[in-house]
Write a protein that binds this ligand. Structure first.
Ligand SMILES: O=C(O)CCC(=O)C(=O)O
Length: 289
């Protein structure tokens, strides 16, 4: 769904918003099917948690970076309505998708509670601007239903923390617990938040529960002090080539591909990129049909 302007305005005013029913049913189903190439299904996990001890090692053990084995997952971060929202939020079409993750959590694997923190610390090497100029748009796309029992993200409205200098990234344990809002919603919903918003991961409140989310982050192009992943470093991973072949020029541009008309493209680069990416349609970049 197209994200209404009021929802994007809420991200600036309150620091975050939750959009229910963001992904269409088919996109959600394809993404959910792709999860099981990577993670145990909840049924498999809870039938024998000891077989999946790696999830007990840290809260972050269930994180996997883009790309993924299936197009069903790889197409989610370039979902057209997400690109549209990022362009409108960042107020430019010159944007980068600078980080894509999947995150699986299983109740009982570890305590997922966190203290409130601002995420910018590993999204920029400096700090966000208080005037909100050139913000980053950080998102959690829910791929499973998230209720109060399912370890929802808990976010603190900006108005409660405006007095805390932006250089501070952590609060004390217990602070703002009365102010935090649980990010719940059916699968396919999306949390959009800014990197200066205090929030935290929370623990499951019942056994046998699991949570699957896809965090996806965008930034305006050009602010080189922002970012997290270097896409060239991910190109040898399964799924990258297929994803690039399947994407449109607009979608590839989010990863830094030279756009149609860029001086990068000449007879040699068209020919050799076609060799590297069998099946890719390079006619928009000047290749002969
Ligand atoms: O998993 C979550 O809900 C939030 C996690 C988080 O905020 C973090 O690890 O930075």
């Amino acid at each position: 769904m197209r994200i209404p302007d009021e929802k994007l305005a809420e991200v600036f005013d309150r620091g975050f918003t939750v959009v229910e029913g963001f992904l269409d049913k088919q996109t959600l189903a394809d993404a959910q099917a792709g999860l099981w190439d990577i993670y145990p299904t909840p049924e498999a996990y809870f039938a024998d948690p000891a077989a999946f001890a790696k999830f007990t090692k840290s809260q972050f053990a269930g994180l996997r970076f883009f790309p993924y084995p299936s197009w069903g997952l790889n197409k989610v971060p370039v979902y057209p309505d997400l690109i549209d929202a990022a362009e409108r939020f960042l107020q430019t079409k010159e944007i980068d998708c600078y980080k894509i993750e999947l995150w699986a959590k299983y109740a009982g694997a570890i305590d997922y509670d966190q203290t409130h923190h601002r995420d910018y610390e590993n999204h920029t090497i400096v700090v966000p601007r208080a005037d909100q100029l050139m913000p980053q748009m950080t998102c959690f796309i829910l791929l499973s239903d998230v209720t109060e029992l399912d370890g929802p993200t808990k976010a603190v409205p900006l108005e409660k923390t405006r007095d805390i200098p932006l250089g501070i990234t952590q609060t004390q344990v217990g602070d703002f617990c009365d102010d935090e809002v649980a990010v719940t919603g059916p699968a396919g919903s999306m949390l959009i938040y800014k990197t200066d918003v205090f929030h935290r991961g929370s623990n499951f409140k019942a056994p046998g529960r699991s949570r699957f989310v896809m965090p996806v982050d965008f930034k305006p192009r050009g602010w080189r002090w922002q970012g997290k992943l270097a896409w060239p470093d991910r190109t040898l991973n399964p799924g990258w080539k297929e994803a690039m072949v399947n994407m449109t020029p607009r979608q590839r541009d989010l990863f830094g591909w030279p756009p149609p008309g860029d001086p990068y493209w000449n007879a040699q680069t068209l020919s050799d990129v076609a060799l590297r990416y069998p099946g890719i349609d390079l006619t928009p970049y000047g290749a002969s049909p």
